[in-house]
Design a protein around this ligand. Structure first.
Ligand code: C2E
Ligand code: MG
Ligand code: MG
Length: 572
């Protein structure tokens, strides 16, 4: 029921021939007599010039405090305009909701104006009022009860939804966010200390949360151990993250429950209004989704649709990666590869490393795919080739001649398609005065699958430069064994997924054995990746694998450490 202060558009105009109470048709004399028969406040009102007069009022009218003289009656003071408009219209009947009195002591009436259809009644009408205060109050308090959490007195889930719907509209959604705060391990408190202690804790948590919020933020209890906050963002989305920090800080001190001190932590999920063009209620659901993720990651999580997330991350990474390549912020690490029979270090694999602007070390497994997708793999690959050749030249210079080691550089399948690899490799070697026989190029099986004819030509040209060609991650792709035989491949690198854990897995051993005998049949050498134990190295050596690479020997090292490693191995 929409009982608010009366507004013009709430008026309901009835059809002209509506039933008219008899008093409006009575003459002045008998109106009073008729009104006294009515159990509800009623008056006959006449408009004279600019003013009104009461022709008659009944007892309930007087008792309701509506006066006896029109000029002093609150009814005329507050509804005079409406009454005038009604009397000047052709309507015979109008009904409005009217709230009379201040907020605390206010009464709700349904007010009806009625008069004769033929205007013989002149500018007069009967006003009757039906007091609906009790009914309305019951309805309000029932509604409030339904919308309130009885434990904390905060809005509950339904109440919160109402608040969100009322506040957030299409024009202001950027200025709002919904945050969900979920307490960690609350069910354990309940189970160990009982429901009463749990209730006490919830009340204290609610109090602290309220203290961490700003005046306009709305706190609610969504369910058991989950609170919702409707936030107003003055400075944009960062506001929400500040509030999240304040909430964590507010909960940092332990809570005292009888004789115990209890530490309560929480997960926080946020949904920004700006990212939501649907139903405001979606914001609550999305924030609940984000809080689930926050439970796993241990961080405050902001909800984005997954696609949005990936696109933003990749775009951000792409821009940063481009800058990193341009400004020389990438580095190469070098991981030794050893001859399994003699234990001698024969080469280093060059592996790209990137510490981004925020200081995070990113894995090539994350940024190489972004480089491939964006085309940045071409400049990245050129840089890696040049940097590897330069480093080898530096090592040679430091060793006073050929330092006796090779460098292996990775080539991505996309890079092979997009760049003139033989020309690129030759110019890098020439630039640093390095012979082709000092270089191994690691290709993956996917390079062969995409365009076997073109790759065959490229590989032949690379062989003509004197380089060694290795098939990286062997076993994980789908290479056609017939091609393997046709292409000038010198070395198979057996993927780490087959090597690690091989000793405890008969299937893996069988695969490794098969690869080793295939390589032997084709006259190729082999490198096992991911050797982490001595036992594994020995087994692989016994099976006839040529080289080994893995943490057992060394993790990828910075170039100076790699050189020191080399020197230490070779002895003085
Ligand atoms: P990959 O070429 O197979 O390189 C071997 C990866 O295995 C390296 O990971 C290395 O750190 C890791 N590894 C080596 N030994 C062990 C071990 O014993 N245990 C474990 N758990 N891991 C080991 P990283 O450096 O993260 O490189 C990942 C991949 O990124 C490389 O795999 C390569 O495919 C690619 N990548 C790295 N640098 C470049 C580059 O300059 N160009 C291109 N195209 N790809 C690159
Ligand atoms: Mg490799
Ligand atoms: Mg590999």
């Amino acid at each position: 029921m929409g009982f608010t202060r009366a507004k013009p558009d709430e008026a309901k105009a009835a059809p002209r021939d509506a039933q008219v109470p008899a008093a409006a048709a009575f003459g002045p004399g008998n109106a009073a007599m008729f009104l006294d028969l009515l159990p509800v406040p009623a008056a006959v009102v006449e408009m004279r010039g600019r003013g009104f007069e009461f022709e008659a009022v009944n007892r309930p009218f007087r008792l309701a405090g509506l006066g006896t003289v029109a000029s002093e009656s609150p009814l005329i003071r507050l509804l005079g305009m409406r009454l005038r408009r009604f009397l000047e219209s052709n309507e015979t009947h109008e009904e409005i909701a009217w709230q009379f009195g201040d907020e605390v002591d206010c009464r709700y009436f349904r007010v009806m104006f009625a008069r004769r259809a033929d205007k013989r009644g002149g500018m007069r009408c009967m006003v009757t009022l039906v007091d609906q205060t009790a009914e309305l109050r019951t309805e309000h308090s029932l509604r409030r009860e339904m919308m309130t959490d009885s434990l904390t007195g905060l809005p509950n889930r339904a109440g919160f939804s109402d608040e969100v719907e009322a506040v957030i509209g299409p024009d202001n959604r950027e200025q709002h966010a919904v945050m969900v705060v979920n307490l960690d391990r609350f069910s354990r408190v309940n189970a160990c200390m009982g429901g009463l202690a749990g209730d006490e804790l919830l009340i204290s948590v609610a109090r602290r949360l309220k203290g961490a919020l700003r005046g306009r933020d709305v706190l609610s209890r969504l369910n058991g151990d989950e609170f919702g906050v409707l936030l107003t963002l003055d400075e944009g989305p960062t506001d929400a993250l500040h509030v999240a920090k304040r909430i964590h800080a507010a909960l940092a001190n332990p809570f005292r429950l009888s004789d115990f001190e209890i530490r309560v932590d929480c997960a926080i999920g946020i949904a920004m209004g700006a990212d939501n063009d649907g139903d405001p209620e979606d914001l609550v659901r999305n924030a609940q989704f984000a809080v689930k993720r926050s439970k796993q990651t241990g961080r405050t999580e902001v909800y984005h649709t997954r696609a949005f997330d990936i696109a933003r991350e990749q775009f951000g990474m792409e821009t940063e990666l481009r800058r990193a390549i341009e400004t020389g912020a990438l580095t190469l690490s070098f991981q030794p590869i050893c001859d399994l029979a003699s234990g001698k270090t024969t080469s280093f694999e060059a592996l790209a490393r990137w510490t981004n602007e925020e200081g995070h070390k990113l894995s090539p497994n994350d940024f190489i795919p972004v480089a491939e997708e964006s085309g940045l793999i071409v400049p990245l690959g050129r840089w890696a080739m040049d940097e590897a050749a330069r480093t080898l030249a530096e090592w040679d210079a430091a060793a006073g001649g050929d330092c006796g080691i090779k460098v292996a550089v990775n080539l991505s399948a996309i890079q092979l398609q997009r760049d003139q690899i033989p020309t690129m490799v030759k110019s890098a070697l020439d630039r640093h005065g390095i012979g082709g026989d000092r270089l191994t190029l690691e290709l993956t099986e996917s390079a062969i699958v995409t365009d076997p004819d073109r790759i065959a030509q490229t590989m032949k040209a690379l062989k003509d430069l004197g380089t060694t060609l290795a098939m990286d991650d062997f076993g994980t792709g789908y290479s056609n064994l017939a091609y393997l035989q046709k292409l000038p491949i010198d070395l198979l690198k057996i993927d780490r997924s087959f090597v690690s854990g091989m000793l405890a897995d008969r299937d893996k051993i069988a695969i490794v054995r098969a690869v080793l005998s295939l390589a032997q049949a084709l006259g190729m050498q082999t490198t096992a990746e991911g050797i982490e134990t001595n036992e594994l190295a020995q087994t692989l050596a016994a099976l006839g694998c040529t080289y080994g690479q893995g943490f057992l020997y060394a993790r990828p090292l910075e170039k100076d450490d790699a050189f020191a490693y080399l020197k230490a191995r070779k002895g003085p």
